[in-house]
Design a protein around this ligand. Sequence first.
Ligand code: SAH
Length: 352
Amino acid sequence: MRRLIDKLALTHSLTKEEWISLIADRPEQEYLFAKARRAAQTYYGNAVFIRGLIEFTSYCKNNCFYCGIRRDNRKAARYRLGKEEILDCCRQGYGLGFRTFVLQGGEDAYYTDDLFAGLISEIKSSYPDCAVTLSAGEKPKESYRRFFEAGADRYLLRHETADEAHYRILHPAEMSFASRIRCLTDLKEIGFQTGCGFMVGSPGQTPEHLAEDMLFITELKPDMVGIGPFVPHHNTPFAGEAGGTAEQTVYLLALLRLLKPDLLIPATTALGTVDPDGRERGVLAGANVVMPNLSPVGVRKQYALYDNKICTGDEAAECLSCLKGRMERIGYRIVTGRGDPAKEPGGISCTT
Ligand code: SAH
């Protein structure tokens, strides 16, 4: 099995059968993690990038079976942040050292393309040294282009699964796999630093599906890949399903690092939710990004995609100092700066 891990580290690709056997058996964990850590260090040293996450709306027109803010969850608390509130989050974040703002939310028609484009250009003109990342779901290519022209740098859109039949298990018939993939190729074509990703241990997921995710990522060549365990939410159709584990997640995260060593890979909040040391374990398996919450504390509990989400009570400053301590204790350091993808080994983009 070491042979397969070595092959991946050397050639950055495996056959579907090879992926399946690595994913199904999870052999040689420590060997894999050490190799993944070294690969991350080659590009990023012991730097961990921070992104300030602003959860700007909990309204969503979609009805994804796994998600707590799905349209049909009548019990979900709904809020939306106005432009000034979002700009306030950025101001506070900038003061704390954040140089990337991630605007994430449900698909909410209140935020028209005009409003979004205006917001993006305002953030970029107030903070020209910052990157703006959007995570606002599926849009027509023209809308994506407007956001890019307004100054947005990055776009996160998890593909959720690269297997069409599995996509249909996770989503209602009105949503389409083809449209999700079309969005990702549009985003790349426009020039965004693009991120895809998936949940680990989502209902119906098999090693074969995960192998397809790996092949999809090999082909798409995204700049970022976000993965986290599926965590059931009590008011969704998947309330009674089993969740994903930290073990599965960090193993896949390490495989991703070897697949594409310059990737930006977050140790996600969901990973920190299923295991108190999840984010540290993620970084020790090759992750190089953390995304502390910059949303106003008053709304954090309302952005409930899954149960028991961590860090919903802390102020942004506390979140940051907690993560700084966590990273230092495992020999890493949080760096400010935009945290763009490294262009070559040893070329950390921003370490100031
Ligand atoms: N509307 C945006 C943002 C979605 S929320 C979009 O469509 O991209 C960001 C991610 O949270 C989703 O892509 C999904 O992978 C993850 N997520 C949603 N519900 C979850 C759950 N119950 N457990 C773990 N992750 C979840």
